[in-house]
Design a protein around this ligand. Structure first.
Ligand code: FE2
Ligand code: FE2
Length: 154
C-alpha cells in the first residue's frame, strides 16, 4: 500500500535505522573491539539526535490514534520495543558487542513490524496527515462572523 504523507517521513527515517542496524550487526559479528566501539558510539549519537525524536513523534500522534481505533495490542508492542531500544541505546554508552548485536536485532524487527503491520493498520483506519499533529495542534479559532451588510444609503 502506498504510504500516506503523514507516514512518509517516518518511513524514510526507517531506512536510516535499518542501515544503522546492519552496520551495528556487522561490527558486532566482526568481534573487532575498535569497530564495536565506533558503532556503539554512532548508535548512541544517532539515537539521541534522530531516533528519540522519531519515537516521540510516533508516541504523540500515531499511537494515540491507533489506541482510539482499538489497536491496543499493536500500540503495546510498539511501546515495549521503544522502551527496550531506549534501554539498549543507554547501555551502549559502554561499548559491548553483545549489546550492539541485540540493539541491531530489536531495531530491525521493530522497523519491519511498523512498516508491515503498524503503518498498514494506521492507513486502514484512515490516519490522516493532520492526525499526526492532533495532540499539539492549537485549537481551531472560531469561524469569523459573516461580513456586515453594507450600510443602506438614505
Ligand atoms: Fe518508527
Ligand atoms: Fe517506532
Amino acid at each position: 500500500m502506498k504510504r500516506n504523507p503523514a507516514l512518509q517521513d517516518l518511513s524514510r527515517e526507517h531506512h536510516d535505522a535499518l542501515k544503522l542496524a546492519r552496520d551495528g550487526k556487522a561490527a558486532a559479528l566482526s568481534g573487532d573491539g575498535a569497530l564495536i566501539a565506533a558503532l556503539a558510539a554512532r548508535t548512541v549519537r544517532e539515537f539521541e539526535r534522530e531516533m528519540e525524536a522519531h519515537f516521540q513523534e510516533e508516541e504523540a500522534g500515531l499511537l494515540p490514534f491507533l489506541k482510539n481505533a482499538g489497536e491496543s495490542d499493536l500500540v503495546w508492542r510498539t511501546l515495549a520495543d521503544h522502551a527496550a531500544l531506549r534501554a539498549l541505546a543507554k547501555a551502549l554508552r559502554q561499548p559491548d558487542g553483545e549489546t550492539l548485536r541485540h540493539f541491531a536485532e530489536v531495531l530491525t524487527s521493530h522497523v519491519r513490524f511498523e512498516e508491515r503491520t503498524l503503518f498498514e493498520a494506521a492507513q486502514r483506519h484512515g490516519f490522516a496527515p493532520t492526525d499526526e499533529f492532533s495532540v499539539v495542534a492549537a485549537p481551531t479559532p472560531a469561524a469569523a462572523p459573516p461580513p456586515a451588510a453594507p450600510a443602506l444609503h438614505r
